[in-house]
Design a protein around this ligand. Sequence first.
Ligand code: GLN
Length: 280
Amino acid sequence: MRLIDHYQKFCETLVGVYSISETNDLFKRLLFGFFEWEPTILGLSPDKILDAQQIQQLDDALLRIQKNEPVQYIIGKTYFRDLKLIVSPATLIPRPETEELVEWIISDFDTSAPKSILDVGTGSGCIALALQNNFSKATITAIDKSAAALAVAQKNATLLDLPVRFEHHAIEQLPLPDVPFDLIVSNPPYVHRDENIAPNVRDYEPHMALFAPQENPIYFYEQIAAYGKKALKSGGVLYFEINPLDRKELMKMLLKNDYVHPEIRSDIFGNFRFLKAIKS
Ligand code: GLN
């Protein structure tokens, strides 16, 4: 079978599910993800002959795409800032908004790098690894209560040769550090149970990483703020990715807990998505 024939099959099968341009994009992402073929190959070598194994791989992927599975899980990797990361259904797929959060931190510390950082609910490790890649001398600890997510994060650290310390803890049981942290960052689960979310997210990504506790959507933020009260040095900084719906309550909660100068920033989509505050 030629490459162009397989592309044709993709387009025909996904009519009504994805637009032609989305299908084209998905197909090219699979070609790169599976075989590292550049997106130009379809135009340059449409008559390239696929071997049986390649056809099988693309056919399996097509079935999964029809069922709304995110392409990042199908190819098993994604990109976050300048890093290539493994992802599995044990972890959330890193989002472009989270890249912006990392960007904010890096720009705040462009003259003096933080010495010690804690990342709470690290998932694939994206935030901790991107920070370690930028602040090479910092000691970075990253925790998650999911052992399966930590295994993915640890694999990413090994492949990237970045010395983040991944530890299996829930925030409620995290011991205090010997030396206080300069910075705590977190992108905890924040989607409200009654929010509408896309089926490809709801049906495939880990609910433990997505949904905030129903009875108290800011529960994890409260836990992290309380921990930070003891574990951050004075003048240390807290950075959160947030649900815009929670922003007012989060500001109030932080001010009540001795944090000062809370600041909210929007993401590229114009949503109030990030919150920073200083420990007094
Ligand atoms: N941004 C993710 C989403 O909207 C949720 C991430 C999270 O809950 N921390 O799907």
